[in-house]
Design a protein around this ligand. Structure first.
Ligand SMILES: [Zn+2]
Length: 290
């Protein structure tokens, strides 16, 4: 049986209020201790400040690259309707955005053109390239908001993969402290990479498991992520959890215990290959199969 590929992914890098340089460096230390690579999704613009005007962040990102991690693009300004409409299980707790959508749906949806997406991608690519010296090839949408035209724009802008579709919505229910049983994986999203359209592979996210946790939450979250890893191991596929810098570091570092336990478990279990998301693309024979 092929090994289960496991990609540790982190969102909201350099996003104000959700990500500090200290928290980011804490995650780099964690990954160094665990000896696994991470895939980090970086926000190019913070309100009106582009990444290249934030030297502390530029230095931290270059450190991550030198330690073997992958850095890719996380939208442009990290707005809810930047790349489509977020799924219901995310909109459920975004009250302000929900009200805005009710008021302005027509104008919001009217902006989802291939041309508009390509213009925003070009801005993100330009900032990213200026700061890090290469074009991003991977994309993750803020708020998991998606639109079919975005996939076309990504392909036309030379991206190799998107990683925004979500397999298990339970993680977001847990964020709302809703532990109702019976919520299942999204049947329309395969827990493995597949060629979404020619030249563009989708590598779905499994779930978020460590959002502002307290010590008392660790066991419940560990059981959820362990269950998902076990299911992937049985059915074949790729394990792509997502976490966010601020909600898992500093005073919120209880969330890292979920991963410490899971990584120990995965190593004991064996047959798990820790890799970046780009590594998941390398062996194309894995696409559409286990
Ligand atoms: Zn985000």
């Amino acid at each position: 049986m092929n090994p289960v590929k496991f990609a540790f992914t982190v969102d909201d890098v350099a996003l104000k209020d959700f990500s500090s340089v200290e928290g980011f460096l804490e995650l780099l230390d964690f990954l160094k201790n665990q000896q696994i690579p991470g895939t980090f999704f970086v926000v190019p613009f913070n309100q009106d400040i582009p990444l290249f005007e934030r030297p502390d962040w530029v230095a931290a990102l270059k450190k991550a690259l030198s330690e073997g991690h992958e850095l890719q693009l996380h939208g442009l300004r990290h707005e809810a309707f930047e790349w489509g409409i977020p799924p219901d299980f995310i909109m459920a707790y975004e009250h302000r955005e929900r009200e805005r959508l009710e008021r302005e749906r027509e104008a919001i949806e009217g902006a989802f053109t291939v041309t508009a997406f390509k213009e925003k991608l070009a801005q993100g690519i330009a900032i990213f390239t200026r700061v890090l010296g290469y074009r991003p090839t991977g994309f993750r949408s803020p708020y998991a908001s998606l639109h079919p035209n975005l996939f076309q724009a990504l392909a036309e802008c030379g991206f190799s993969y998107d990683s925004s579709l979500i397999v298990n919505p339970k993680g977001w229910r847990y964020i709302m402290k809703d532990y109702t049983p019976g919520i299942t994986w999204n049947k329309d999203v395969l827990p493995r990479p597949w060629e979404y359209r020619p030249g563009l592979v989708e590598i779905p996210i499994m779930a978020e498991y460590a959002w502002f946790l307290k010590e008392a939450d660790v066991e419940k979250q560990y059981q959820l992520i362990k269950e998902d890893l076990d299911k992937i191991s049985e059915s074949g596929g790729t394990m792509v959890p997502v976490c966010h810098v601020g909600p898992i570091t500093g005073v919120n570092r209880a969330g890292l215990k979920v991963y410490e336990r899971l990584l120990d478990y995965a190593r004991q279990k064996g047959n798990v290959l820790f890799c970046t998301l780009s590594d998941c693309l390398e062996n194309k024979t894995d696409l559409n199969g286990s």
